[in-house]
Design a protein around this ligand. Structure first.
Ligand SMILES: NC(=O)c1ccc[n+]([C@@H]2O[C@H](COP(=O)([O-])OP(=O)(O)OC[C@H]3O[C@@H](n4cnc5c(N)ncnc54)[C@H](O)[C@@H]3O)[C@@H](O)[C@H]2O)c1
Length: 259
């Protein structure tokens, strides 16, 4: 029996946009690992991604393991696309219970090196998208009898790395989630935030490359985390194992932030 049996989950940013690690048949990032892990726990998965081919790749990987999944193109910075992704989940699987907002990009630089356009794009992709998908998903989750939402923030919400629009949007996700949790508690919808530390994800492999040797000595556990470790923490927060947990933040960072 899976912890998400009978549930439908919508994963926004459920593809993986970056190179595979050695040994991976399909590239694994936080979003794709989360979608696959949800399916392994019994959920039907609606995979939404800016790039339809990447969403389809995730859905195919889930179906290859015997799970249920469908894919949809969705630019989460566009309101119509957010609404359409929620509608597609309900249309394909009959109801929506769970939402994971994994979308997040890292453009811009420090205060003096970030254009207004870059800041606005980060706001739309990293923050407003979470607001929009939650707003459209919440009535559906309530109609299904309740469920859970997990928003993906970052350690950058707590510590500076001089990427101002990333830090600002990831910090704002904490407030967004807390506020949504207050509103949605009466509908039996829990809302929590996950803060990954340094993870060997597709995002990092695409934008930075192999940073393991450079960052491992700084991390108390002496290694980067894997997308699967993020996915399993997200599944915990989605599942009934976290039935009394809402409006909180779970740091998954191998001890980095305690240092
Ligand atoms: N890797 C790390 O060290 C780390 C640390 C902290 C937080 N995170 C967070 O993890 C998340 C991304 O991780 P990932 O490994 O899945 O990366 P990823 O870059 O592979 O992103 C997942 C998917 O999001 C999609 N996407 C991008 N823009 C989109 C948009 N506008 N609408 C819909 N989909 C879009 C991409 O096409 C991709 O398939 C981000 O929120 C990031 O901030 C990562």
């Amino acid at each position: 029996m899976g912890r998400l049996d009978g549930k439908t989950v919508l994963v926004i940013g459920g593809g993986a946009d970056g190179p595979a690690r050695e040994g991976e048949t399909v590239a694994i990032g936080n979003g794709r690992a989360t979608a696959i892990q949800c399916a392994r726990e019994g959920a039907s998965v609606m995979v939404a991604d800016l790039k339809l081919a990447l969403a389809e790749e995730t859905a195919a990987a889930i179906r290859a393991e015997g799970g249920r999944a469908a894919a949809i193109a969705c630019d989460a910075s566009r309101e119509d696309d957010c609404r359409a992704a929620v509608e597609a989940a309900v249309r394909n699987f009959g109801a929506l219970h769970l939402l994971v907002n994994n979308v997040g990009i890292g453009i811009g630089g420090n205060l003096l090196k970030t254009s207004t356009e870059a800041f606005d794009k980060m706001y739309a992709v990293n923050l407003r998208s979470h607001f929009l998908t939650m707003r459209y998903a919440a009535p559906e989750i309530a109609a299904a009898g309740g469920g859970a939402i997990v928003n993906v923030s970052s350690m950058a919400a707590l510590r500076s790395n001089s990427l101002i629009p990333y830090e600002a949007t990831k910090a704002a996700i904490l407030g967004l989630s807390r506020s949504a949790a207050m509103t949605l508690a009466r509908d039996k919808i829990r809302v929590n935030t996950i803060l990954p530390g340094l993870i060997n994800s597709t995002m990092v492999r695409r934008e930075i490359g192999d940073r393991e040797a450079a960052v491992a000595p700084r991390i108390p556990m002496r290694r980067q985390g894997t997308p699967w470790e993020i996915a399993k923490a997200i599944v915990f927060l989605l599942s009934d194992d976290a039935s009394y947990i809402t409006a909180t933040e779970l740091i998954v960072d191998g001890g980095l932030s305690a240092r």
